[in-house]
Write a protein that binds this ligand. Structure first.
Ligand code: ADP
Ligand code: MG
Length: 686
């Protein structure tokens, strides 16, 4: 291609553009209208305009500001009016361009300064006013670019691609009848419309995401992803898988040891899991259940028939604290039934680790509970039949695949993914089209609602008094310090400071501290002491965000909650309200909170429904942030936006269905190549 040397190619790569197809999908940020020249007399402040005018006078002025700066000022005029061009930095070439007498064509934003119209840093070119160069007939696209790659260079490259597209066209990937039916434009014309819209009306539609060309690509892209996921699922489901036979007696023996009865929702989901096991196809199921709905015990129950059928189960947790807690629960629940449980975390080293690895490899360990340490190459399973991913929004698909590959032979283990992050159904359908979906939509009986209040920094003193009073009555408190954005180190420091103040102010109470920089052993000891009730107030960073379960704790204090996502605060709040005590969540805020921040926290205060919070959080922050970048990284869309484009989901589903028909086989392959690429995770499962 013309104008693409190694240097430019390098910059293009930085933008993720390595071929013509990538370039086509590198769509403009906005458009400029250079199809007309505005007489100076018609200029309006605030508008970007193109003018043709003569330089009446120009000068380089100095102004002092810190150090002295040179400013180029030129007075321009046509026969209808005047405008000032102003440059706060400029090249010798620009200075020459603005020499008195020259006729220029300029483009820039017009503004009003001291009662006069001016353009700051307009683009300018020298023209012959008797024979001015022709004007473009379409709007001029402005592309997202990167440092060192000039807009003009990028524009020229893209022009070549578009010209080639105009002359050669490109194979249509979608059935014509479907396009007609939905009144969507063909591929080539849609592309041309987006890169060089014919009219201001077009560009306005585009700016508001209302252009048919955009709608076509949104639906196409989402359908392509859906197809890729369905294909992945089809491949996965065609694999051989362990045969797992249920043992009702053993299940009964487990259930009678529990101090509670399963809720109906837990029973229903367990039955779904057992059905999957019996179906002879690999299970791949997402279980969503709000914080505290009791997912862990369901997972433990599902391990029973797996072990009974001669296979190992593995449970993976996102943090060491959580892995430790799960390990203890599993030991307590499963060992009485004669099942051997082994815990494996990153901190296991040396001989201890060797021993555990040997037990896992020999099959002596029947249920293995751990963190991402389970992925390590040195971990070899004897016969892995079932993998549980707890709070999986912290794990990416890549990691899931890595663990699947840990099976020997050609059997695909069953997979269960558990999450408290509620995902609106429509969204789940497109992100998790490859998974089956269950929901524990009921909390265990007797849960008291948590009263949430927003308390300002000035009331810290009386808050501490209240905390002490509650502890004296047997309650326990989490005090969470957040400074996530800055750094983990700072967050730990903040927690240490709070810990010290509280220790001093409350000498009669026992205060504990846990943060991410402590040794795992120390963390475990503190959490264990808190569980036993030896610690009244646990000062912590967000390391305790997910999963931690201490039913006696009844007050959750979150400092600087405005720094957290709503779903995250909801998770934290879910740590309390688990026992019989009346529970409180206190959001401790700086007094000068912005209106917007206050409104966000108000959502948390006013509802305890995880779904409602997630929907609002999604709307405020977008899918990427709520679901975790790693997870949506696999779902990075070029054009579509899961939140914004929800209204198109019915069309997406219909299109995906249509493309699955055998007569569209080759178009389907092209569609996947265009939008999903030859990505490993879609083609090579396990
Ligand atoms: P999550 O779904 O958030 O992972 P957990 O599995 O940690 O929730 O369960 C939260 C608490 O509820 C635990 O103490 C657990 O033992 C308890 N629990 C689970 N199921 C029930 C039930 N059916 N009735 C009463 N308590 C239950
Ligand atoms: Mg949990």
């Amino acid at each position: 291609m013309k104008g693409v040397g190694p240097k430019v190619a390098d910059k293009l790569l930085k933008l993720g553009l390595s071929n013509q197809r990538d370039l086509l999908f590198h769509l403009p940020l906005r458009y400029e209208d250079r199809t007309v020249v505005s007489p100076l007399g018609s200029l309006q402040p605030g508008q970007r305009s193109q003018i043709e005018a003569q330089v009446l006078q120009s000068s380089v002025n100095f102004r002092r500001q810190g150090r002295s700066r040179r400013v180029l000022v030129a007075r321009l005029a046509d026969n209808t009016g005047m405008v000032t061009a102003r440059f706060f930095y400029f090249s010798a070439r620009q200075q020459q361009l603005f020499e008195k007498g020259n006729w220029l064509r300029c483009y820039g934003e017009v503004r009003m300064a001291q009662g006069e119209l001016e353009m700051v840093h307009p683009e300018a070119e020298l023209i012959d006013i008797d024979h001015p160069p022709g004007l473009p007939t379409t709007l001029t696209p402005i592309y997202p670019t990167t440092e060192g790659l000039h807009q003009l260079t990028l524009k020229r490259i893209l022009q070549q691609v578009i010209t080639k597209l105009k002359s050669d066209g490109i194979g249509e990937t979608l059935p014509q009848s479907w396009l007609d039916q939905n009144q969507f434009p063909g591929f080539t014309s849609a592309m041309i419309d987006l890169h060089s819209p014919q009219s201001r009306k077009d560009s306005e539609l585009i700016a508001h995401n209302q252009h048919p060309a955009q709608h076509r690509f949104v639906v196409e892209e989402l359908a392509a992803h859906r197809l890729a996921l369905l294909e992945r699922r089809r491949q996965l489901r065609s694999r051989k898988t362990p045969v797992i036979v249920n043992d009702a007696d053993q299940q009964q023996r487990f259930l009678v040891t529990l101090p509670f009865a399963l809720t109906r929702a837990q029973q229903r989901v367990l039955a779904e899991l057992l059905q999957d096991f019996a179906a002879g196809k690999p299970m791949i199921r997402l279980v969503q259940g709000d914080v505290g709905s009791g997912k862990t015990v369901v997972a433990a129950l599902a391990c029973l028939p797996v072990v009974g059928s001669g296979y190992q189960s593995a449970l993976m947790a996102p943090t060491e604290i959580l892995a430790e807690q799960h390990y203890q629960n599993f030991v307590r629940w499963l060992e009485p039934l004669g099942i051997a449980v082994v815990g494996l975390v990153g901190a296991d080293k040396g001989k201890r680790r060797e021993q555990k690895l040997a037990m896992i490899a020999s099959g002596e360990a029947q249920v293995i509970v751990g963190t991402h340490a389970l992925f390590q190459a040195s971990v070899e399973f004897h016969r892995l039949g079932f993998i549980i991913f707890d709070e999986q929004h912290r794990f990416g698909v890549d990691q899931r695949l890595a663990l699947q590959r840990k099976t020997r032979g050609d059997e695909m283990p069953h997979q269960l993914i558990m999450t408290a992050t509620p995902i609106p159904r429509t969204l789940a359908m497109s992100i998790y089209a490859d998974l089956d979906y269950s929901q524990i939509d009921e909390l265990p009986p007797g849960r008291k609602p948590v009263t949430t209040s927003i308390v300002s920094e000035q009331q810290r003193g009386s808050l501490i008094e209240r905390v002490a009073e509650s502890c004296n009555q047997g309650g326990q408190v989490y005090w969470v310090c957040t400074l996530v954005e800055e750094s983990e180190a700072l967050q730990c420091e903040a927690a240490e400071m709070t810990y010290e103040t509280l220790t001093q102010q409350l000498p009669l109470l026992s205060v504990g501290l846990v943060h991410g920089r402590m040794k795992p052993r120390d963390k475990e000891a503190i959490i264990a002491a808190f569980k036993q009730g030896d610690i009244h107030i646990l000062v912590a960073t967000t390391v305790i965000e997910v999963g931690v379960d201490v039913p006696n704790a009844n007050i959750m204090i979150v400092e600087n909650p405005e720094r957290l996502g709503l779903a995250q605060i909801h998770q934290l709040r879910g740590r309390v309200g688990r026992g019989g005590r009346e529970s409180f969540c206190i959001l401790l805020v700086k007094s000068q909170l912005s209106e917007q921040a206050r409104n966000r926290l108000e959502i948390i205060r006013s509802t305890q429904d995880g779904f409602e919070i997630a929907e609002k959080d999604l709307a405020l922050r977008g899918a990427g942030e709520v679901l975790g970048t790693r997870q949506t990284g696999e779902m990075s869309f070029r054009i579509a936006d899961l939140m914004r484009d929800q209204k198109w989901f019915p069309q997406v589903e219909a299109l995906a269905k249509l493309m699955q028909q055998p007569q569209h086989r080759s178009e389907r392959a092209q569609l996947l190549r265009n939008w999903v690429g030859e990505r490993q995770d879609y083609t090579d499962v396990g």
